[in-house]
Ligand binder design. Structure first.
Ligand code: 13P
Ligand code: SF4
Length: 398
């Protein structure tokens, strides 16, 4: 059997279009895009985005310090503008841990809101405006498949296996890592997490993004001979017992449907069109793209590198289009283009339409909060152990 793709992956191309600008339309028009949307009261469907915007600013004012809105860099501009804190997944998890407001409306995807729920107190409520804003990569690692793999591998080995999960995974998987001496990482600290893990064991299983895992392993000098990929739909992940015993790094067979769109051919074409271009890519891209790029790093790294670059420089970016468009606007002294000429926002991030934000804010205002994220106490405690290990990585020397 080949890999079964989650629904979120199959829906990824639904928002792809030719134009480089993305504008929010009334929800009723966006509903025509062939993906599943969370049902919300009909009255929001026809609201004009301008009216929604005014109403959100009013409610934000009324709720004052009771409310914090956090937004990931891949959010649409029409949502991003309301954020009290913005960042990549790492920065947002740190923000969430520092907040004292009663409500945190998390404009991002499901695993990010779960992380915020884990890192905040029991008196705080984390709200995800659209519950169908999942993440196709996180959906590729189902906890029961991961538990099966863990049992299969540990039954076979005498070595100490350390689990590392990328932030882009469910709370249940973070909890599995917490319970088994493992750690969470993001794209900005995956190398530190690998070093941390190899100080404690001689084998790593990395979930769920095979590309970030492979790129990090290569960065640390680990060769292909020491790396295997685990396909959850095959016996022993599609490997022989010997291969599992020999491997230093076991990569879960997951990927990001946004970042794996970028290709070396796009890089070559861009270099032909703009001979002085700087190519910068996210480490969720495939390893051939990463090695063909001039710079590689997390979302926050990409933003800072372009912001600090010299005037007049040209940048081709391999990451999510809402961020690339924003970088082009906020760096008018440079030329910023996307590596991919087809515009494909992350289909799950894009499901946070302003109407959903308004719906959740009105819920808070009228004491009837909706879409509150509730990670079970058991998973919260175990996942927090793995997250706290990650948050302490920055004070650990390389
Ligand atoms: P970072 O926010 O860690 O750069 O990850 C990118 C991403 O794909 C988030 O879903
Ligand atoms: Fe998931 Fe990729 Fe979208 Fe990030 S960009 S939320 S990893 S699908």
């Amino acid at each position: 059997m080949t890999t079964m793709l989650p629904r979120t992956e199959l829906e990824q191309d639904a928002f792809c279009q030719e134009s480089s600008e993305l504008f929010s339309k009334p929800l009723i028009e966006e509903y025509e895009i062939d993906v599943q949307w969370q049902k919300i009261p009909q009255r929001y469907a026809r609201l004009d985005p301008k009216l929604i915007e005014e109403r959100i600013w009013q409610i934000k004012e009324q709720l004052g310090s009771k409310l914090t809105i956090l937004a990931h860099h891949y959010q649409r501009d029409e949502v991003f503008q309301f954020a009290d804190g913005t960042g990549d997944s790492y920065k947002l998890s740190k923000y969430a841990a520092q907040q004292t407001s009663e409500y945190i409306v998390f404009c991002g995807v499901h695993f990010m809101a779960e992380t915020a729920d884990i890192l905040t107190t029991d008196n705080q409520k984390v709200i995800l405006p659209n519950l169908l804003a999942g993440c196709s990569m996180a959906d590729m690692a189902d906890i029961s498949d991961v538990e099966d793999a863990w049992t299969d591998i540990t039954n076979l080995l005498d070595d100490t296996l350390i689990p590392i999960t990328y932030m882009n995974s469910t709370a249940a998987i973070k909890a599995l890592c917490g319970r088994n001496n493992g750690i969470v990482c993001t794209s900005s600290n995956a190398d530190k997490a690998f070093k941390w893990a190899f100080n404690r064991g001689n084998k790593i299983i990395f979930l769920p993004d095979q590309h970030l895992g492979r790129n990090t392993a290569y960065q640390l000098g680990i060769k292909d001979d020491d790396i295997i990929v685990w396909n959850p739909f095959k016996q022993l992940g599609g490997n022989t017992e010997q291969a599992v015993r020999n491997a230093k790094v076991i990569l879960w067979q997951g990927h990001c449907s946004v970042h794996t769109r970028f290709t070396v051919e796009q890089i070559n074409n861009t270099r032909n069109n703009y001979p002085t271009v700087n190519v910068i890519a996210h480490p969720e891209c495939t390893s051939d793209v990463v090695s063909a790029a001039d710079y590689v790093g997390s979302t926050e790294f990409i933003i800072n590198t372009i912001a600090n670059a010299e005037e007049g420089t040209i940048w081709a970016v391999g990451t999510e289009i809402s961020l690339v468009n924003r970088l082009a606007k906020t760096n008018p002294d440079k030329q910023v283009v996307c590596l991919d000429s087809i515009v494909c926002p992350c289909a799950t991030m894009y499901r946070i339409h302003p109407a959903y934000v308004l719906w959740t804010l009105e819920g808070i205002l009228f004491n009837n909060p909706v879409n509150v994220i509730n990670v079970s106490r058991e998973d919260k405690e175990a996942a927090k152990v793995a997250l706290d290990r990650m948050l302490s990585l920055e004070v650990i020397d390389d």
